[in-house]
Write a new protein. Structure first.
Length: 177
């Protein structure tokens, strides 16, 4: 069965669905916050012309998902599946960001868990490439059970920290309080 790069995934907090061209205004409204990108290698992604390139690449990737807050239907971020390798039974999850109003773990944790559960229907391993200075994202993937595998180059040739996670290392969500 081929990997479905753009599923609709629904959790308690979020719905993830394929990114569409008409998502531009709502997604850019989120991405225009400079603090989202301050630790990211592309720290100027909050600029409209820079984010437009990111958005167009996301659409062209055929693996991008938009994150929608189920409580009010607002677009709050996005993520992407990339680089499916059937022979290695591996895929990358990345290009993720959320509105600062949704930082703190619950939303990011659910977004990653939804994507991981979906991915593990097709592969044995998921990787994350995180910028060397993006400590916030490094902590985020470690919280869900990803382990640091070493260093490697991202798609733009920048040195990144490579994380890996398998179904056996995925940290399950804590019970609701």
């Amino acid at each position: 069965m081929p990997f479905d790069l753009q599923p609709v995934l629904t959790g308690d907090l979020l719905e993830l669905r394929p990114l569409r061209p008409e998502d531009w205004p709502a997604l850019y409204a989120v991405a225009s916050d400079p603090l989202i990108w301050e630790q990211h290698p592309s720290s100027d992604r909050f600029k409209e012309e820079v984010f437009r390139v990111f958005f167009d690449e996301a659409l062209a990737s055929a693996g991008a998902l938009v994150a929608i807050d189920r409580s009010d239907g607002r677009v709050i971020g996005s993520s992407r599946f990339h680089g499916y390798d059937a022979a290695r039974s591996e895929i990358e999850i990345g290009w993720s960001f959320l509105a600062r109003s949704h930082w703190g773990g619950r939303y990011n944790g659910e977004m990653k868990r939804l994507m991981l559960v979906h991915a593990f229907r097709f592969v044995d391993r998921v990787i994350f490439l995180v910028g060397l200075t993006n400590l916030r994202s490094q902590r985020g993937v470690e919280k869900i059970g990803a382990t640091r595998r070493g260093l490697g180059a991202d798609g733009a040739g920048r040195e990144s920290v490579v994380y890996e996670i398998s179904p056996s290392t995925l940290v399950q969500s804590p019970p609701p309080t």
